[in-house]
Write a protein that binds this ligand. Sequence first.
Ligand code: G3H
Length: 503
Amino acid sequence: MDDYFVILYLMPKDFFSHLHDKKTPPTYKFFNGEAWMDGASSKTVEVISPIDNSLVGRIPLVSNLEIDQAISNAKKAQEAWMRVPMIERGKILHLAADWMREHEHYLTALLIKEIGKNTPEAKDEILRSADMIDYFAHEGLHVKGEELSGEAFPGYDQTKMAIVEKVPLGVILAIAPFNYPVNLSVSKIAPALITGNCVVYKPPTQGAISCLHLTEIFYLAGLPKGLIVTITGGGAEVGNYLVSHKDINGITFTGSSQVGKEIAVKAGMIPLLFECGGNNPAVVLPDADLYSTAIEIVKGAFSYSGQRCTAIKYVLGLKPTIDKLIPMVSQKTKEFIKMGDPRIPEINLGPVISDGEADIIERRILMAKAQGAKIIMGGKRKERLIEPTILDLVRPSMEIMQIETFGPVVSFLRVESIEEAVKIINSSDYGLQASIFTSDEGAGIQLARQIKVGTIQINSKPQRGPDHFPFLGVKGSGVGVQGIRYTLEAMMRPRPIVLNKPH
Ligand code: G3H
């Protein structure tokens, strides 16, 4: 019988029982690459549900000594792993994808509790992650090196040739954010593993429990010991230590622009693949279909309570356009957005991740108001629930325009000309995505070419997927390019071996 099916047949029934103690709520262990371990210091961090402020569980604060030991084991394991044929590595990844689907209900429920997504959003995250693992495993098979002849450059001939191999970077540090703890972990772990790297994985504090489950899925799918090391604890403690660790050969990170910049400074001269803040604009041209534009703006601004790096944060248009558009966006918000406990099926706007984040969002709204913005809708808060908020008369100098606000708030700006809109967008510190709404695709493409962001969407809200499209930010929004094939390339380096034959 094929190994793949043997593993499938032997899968333990109590799949996740090793991860925690028997208490309620449980204290979880970390994974040192070989076994689930209690932290040596017994210090833990609490994971609090944004839905009801309840304790979901505790995660260990892993010590530097434990990190050093785990990374040392990972390094050794990687050297053997890179020699395992890619087709065999891929089988393990496919099995991990299958186990994610098998445990979809359980993982969805955990994600809802831990980060406050609603059921469709959480379920989509799990299934999208399984599909992503499969896609990485397939696409990995098509990564290839090349052979180059010296004769193409003046002064050289066929006696010099390069065999350009693609080799793994080595030890990849993967740092995932709270808003897609599973999916934005998979987007790092799967490409790293299929290309022969090992992974030192730092989950976010909120989302960590889902991430520990993900670790177990990879491990029980047959990943050899040492190849995935999952280190829990706060960013200030373990995060800082990890990013400047001498044995890390590359970092893939999703999180705020501010943290990204700090990591880049600490990491030094190693390859970085960062997806950071967005603060994404939407430009509405006078000929846009305002009905569908309004729907896209509502979805873009308020899905997962605006806690997406690809959320629409501000909308620009000429005065007549914005005058017509705001009432339509307000109307569609009332129709589509239902705020409350995300476990209730009709609710599609749940709490933001923590009291601290809710404080920041509330303060930004109040600051914008104090600076002259008008609250058209929302603006109020009940604990971690922030009403879907529409601000008018916003100006580029306001704080709400300058720093990404990770909550359900969208600002409207009236501009004198579309050139002014372009100027405002291009002067931002961010550059992830932008949307252009128009009924003239040609005009949309022309305008897209003037906007300095990673991706421009014409007649849609910004979004990362489909996951094989290139996904990148410029300026403070990121470093490098993600998207299945692009991520795989980023996890490898070329190794030219140059043959010099006799003349
Ligand atoms: O928050 C950042 C994510 O990459 C956004 O992904 O566009 O699929 O929501 P999404």
